[in-house]
Design a protein around this ligand. Structure first.
Ligand code: HEC
Length: 143
C-alpha cells in the first residue's frame, strides 16, 4: 500500500468517525427534556413506590443511600454527585431544574454529564415529582 493510499484510508476513517460522532450527538439529545413535569406535578402512592425502587436500583449507586453523594460508584467519578443534604444547594436549586436534571441528565442543566439522563421518565411526571420529593427530603433539618 502506498502512503497516498494509506492517507486516503485514514481520511475515510476520520470521516466515518466524525459522522458517527455527529449521529451520537444528535441521538443522545434528550428529546423531551422540555416537556417537563411542572413543579408540584401530581404524585400518587404508586409513583412514590416506583420512585423508591428507581432510587434503590439506580440513583443510590452514585448519590448514596441518604443522598449525600457517597454512593459506591461515586468514588471513581471525577465530578462528585450532588450532596442533597447540602442546605445551600437545596435553597438555590429550583424544582424545575431538579426535574430537568433527572429526565435530561446533568448536561441539560449545565452540570456534569456524568449525571445520566433517564429518558424513560419523560412520560412519568408523577414519578419524577416523587423522586424530587425524596431529594428534597434528604435535606438536613434546619438546625
Ligand atoms: C453515574 C452516577 C449517577 C447516577 C446513577 C445518578 N446521578 Fe444524579 N448526579 C451525578 C453527578 C456526578 C451529579 C453532579 C453534577 C454536577 O454537579 O455537575 C448529579 C447531580 C444530580 C442532581 C442535581 C442537579 C443539579 O441541577 O444540581 C439531581 C437532582 C440528581 N443528580 C438526581 C439523580 C436521580 C434522581 C438519579 C436516579 C434516577 C440519579 N441522579 C442518578 C451522578 C449520578
Amino acid at each position: 500500500m502506498t502512503s497516498a493510499e494509506l492517507l486516503r484510508h485514514f481520511w475515510w476513517l476520520c470521516r466515518i468517525a466524525a459522522a458517527l460522532f455527529l449521529a451520537w450527538l444528535l441521538l443522545s439529545r434528550p428529546a423531551s427534556a422540555d416537556s417537563l413535569p411542572a413543579a408540584g406535578a401530581a404524585t400518587s402512592d404508586a409513583d412514590r413506590a416506583e420512585a423508591r425502587e428507581i432510587w434503590a436500583s439506580t440513583c443510590i449507586s452514585c448519590h448514596g443511600e441518604n443522598g449525600r453523594g457517597d454512593g459506591i460508584a461515586a468514588m471513581g467519578l471525577p465530578a462528585k454527585p450532588q450532596n442533597f443534604a447540602d442546605p445551600t444547594w437545596q435553597a438555590k436549586v429550583g424544582n424545575d431544574e431538579i426535574a430537568r436534571a433527572i429526565v435530561g441528565g446533568g448536561a441539560v442543566v449545565r452540570k456534569s454529564p456524568l449525571m445520566p439522563a433517564n429518558p424513560a421518565l419523560a412520560s412519568k411526571p408523577g414519578v419524577v415529582a416523587a423522586l424530587r420529593e425524596m431529594i428534597r427530603g434528604f435535606a438536613k433539618p434546619a438546625a
